[in-house]
Design a protein around this ligand. Structure first.
Ligand code: 6PG
Length: 269
């Protein structure tokens, strides 16, 4: 993990939402409808955790997902615990129970990681093949149309945790990443896969995320893995009031650009 801030121009859209799960879900439905009007199929990667659970619960509400044509959306996941989908710990199991099943997402549109595999390194390679088989390319790299990411209080995203080997991966797209701080190995996409995505949204809720959101968004703290999420289009942050409570108001306008290697303060257009 580099210990200096990324030396690139990064545009962000930082939204602190009054009714986070509902407004984030409504934004998702609108975004998908617009994208589907431009291309027949879209490819969306889901995330796990408690914030994602809130988001899926809102998205599953009939009045929220009314305009969502799930037949045109292929769903993937950005990371998974070493458990089967039937486990209460499974990211995919949670997404299926709360959103994919109620929304009637066809089985052929669902592409999960094999968290239950005995050999997680083989499962990581298998998922790379799934991505290469289904996703359009950005250059040589398969590219999600939309990648949803969560963020832990320690600034991890997907299963890219601080001080873990996967942070340095620049070739593989999916790896099995040992995470000593939680005593398990997790499957996760890597930064090359994140960088290739057409759009990346980071969702975070709860006061325990406020410090990490502030450090990542305003300080661009290189010690946080989420700081190194630098997509090709403006990075979208969707926060509830608590997670956004440490941000200065100036960053909360529609579009903020943050540049590095200079003393340019974040500016908002
Ligand atoms: C996971 C996630 C992880 C999650 C963050 C936030 O496997 O847990 O993919 O990256 O999004 O840890 O989780 P919470 O919303 O539960 O804090």
């Amino acid at each position: 993990m580099p210990d200096t801030a990324p030396e690139v121009e990064l545009h962000m859209q930082v939204h602190v939402l009054e009714d986070f799960p509902t407004q984030a879900a409504q934004r998702f439905v609108s975004w998908c409808a617009a994208k589907i009007s431009q291309q027949a199929r879209i490819h969306v990667a889901l995330t796990g955790g408690g914030t994602a659970k809130e988001f899926y619960e809102a998205l599953a509400r009939p009045e929220v997902r009314a305009g969502l044509d799930v037949r045109a959306i292929d769903f993937y996941e950005g990371d998974e615990r070493p458990v089967p989908p039937s486990s209460s710990e499974s990211n995919w199991g949670m997404a299926e129970a709360i959103f994919l099943d109620p929304a009637g997402v066809p089985a052929e549109n669902r592409h999960r990681m094999l968290g239950e595999a005995e050999d997680l390194h083989a499962a990581a390679r298998e998922y790379e093949h799934v991505l290469c088989e289904h996703l359009p390319r950005h250059g040589e790299v398969p590219a999600f149309d939309l990648l949803l990411l969560g963020m832990g209080a320690n600034g991890h995203t997907a299963s890219l945790f601080p001080e873990t080997a996967a942070l340095a991966e620049r070739e593989r797209l999916v790896v099995a990443n040992p995470v000593p701080e939680i005593g398990m190995t997790r499957l996760t996409i890597t930064y090359p896969m994140i960088k290739a995505a057409h759009a990346v949204w980071i969702i975070a809720s709860g006061q325990e995320k406020a410090e990490a959101a502030y450090r990542a968004i305003e300080l661009r703290d290189p010690l946080l893995p989420v700081t190194h999420v630098m997509p090709r289009s403006p990075l979208v942050w969707l926060l509830d009031q608590a997670a956004g409570s440490k941000l200065s108001h100036r960053l909360l306008s529609p579009l903020c650009s943050v540049s590095h290697g200079s003393d340019v303060n974040p500016t908002c257009e």
